[in-house]
Every structure is written in C-alpha cells, then in structure tokens.
Write a protein of this length. Structure first.
Length: 162
C-alpha cells in the first residue's frame, strides 16, 4: 500500500510539474501577465485529477481576456484543450500506469465519488485512497507461491542492475 501511495504521489507531482511548465511557457509566450503565479496555480490544481487543470486554465483565460483581449484569451482557451489532451491521453496514462495500476474509469469514478462525499478534499484524496485499497486487496489475494516468485524475480533484477 505504501509503495502504491508513494508511486501515485511521485506520478502526480511529475504530471503537475510538466503541466505547470507547459502553461508557464505558453502564457509567457502569449504575453499574459502573471504567468508565473498562474503556472503555480496550475501546478497545485493538477493535484485534483481531471478537473483541476481546466479550472486553473479557465482562471488564466479570464486574466488573458482582462489584460490582453479576446484573441489572446481564445488562444489560452485553445491551450486548455491542448494541455488537457496531452495530460489526459499522454501524461496520465503513461505516468499513472507506471505509478499505480488503476483503469482511467476507476480514476474518474473515484474523483467523482470523492467530490460528492467530501468536496474538494475528497476529490484530492480519492484516487490515492482507492489505489492503496486496491493494492492491499491485491496483496491479500496473492498466494505464498506468487510472493516467492516475485521476491525471486526482484533479486534477479537487482543482481542484473547491480
């Protein structure tokens, strides 16, 4: 369970950092003021899967509309779509499949259920909680023979790497 939780945490920090850098560079290139604070907002919002990034980028679009006009705001809205696609179809599947073994539908349902049960805090903690529970369930269902095989494979890998 702990390995799953730390894997999820490392994965989401990596996804959030990549999102923040992409947003910061794009907003800076478009001349939107407050690009660094908006990139930081994107970083923290990315910890809420599926909905955090679009909300943070909507704030960036409003700032762009107020300061730079409708054309730049429209480009920021296009940025919302592009970064959402990169995050949803590239970053999350690659990083989260490496970090935790949860299907994307399970992630979406976890976020929805967590948000309904406990608001924003529930949306943030739902996916790590579900992934730890799933990991514990998988560990409890393993047989001693599977554990021995996994440990033997781990030692063989460590010998090859070392």
């Amino acid at each position: 369970g702990w390995r799953t939780f730390t894997g999820y945490t490392h994965g989401i920090v990596l996804v959030a950092a990549i999102n923040a850098v992409l947003v910061g560079v794009a907003l800076w290139a478009l001349g939107v003021p407050l690009a660094v604070p908006l990139a930081l907002l994107e970083f923290f919002a990315a910890f809420i899967p599926l909905i955090g990034s679009p909300i943070a980028l909507a704030v960036a679009a409003v700032v762009a509309l107020a300061s730079e006009g409708p054309l730049i705001a429209a480009l920021v809205v296009a940025l919302i779509v592009i970064i959402g696609q990169i995050e949803g179809h590239l970053l999350h599947p690659i990083v989260m499949s490496w970090a935790v073994s949860l299907h994307p539908v399970v992630v979406a349902l976890s976020v929805i259920g967590g948000a309904i049960a406990a608001g924003v805090v529930g949306a943030v903690v739902a996916v790590p909680l579900v992934s730890v529970i799933w990991s514990a369930r998988q560990a409890l269902r393993r047989t001693p023979e599977q554990d021995l095989a996994n440990r033997t494979m781990g030692k063989a890998r460590a010998t090859q790497d070392g």
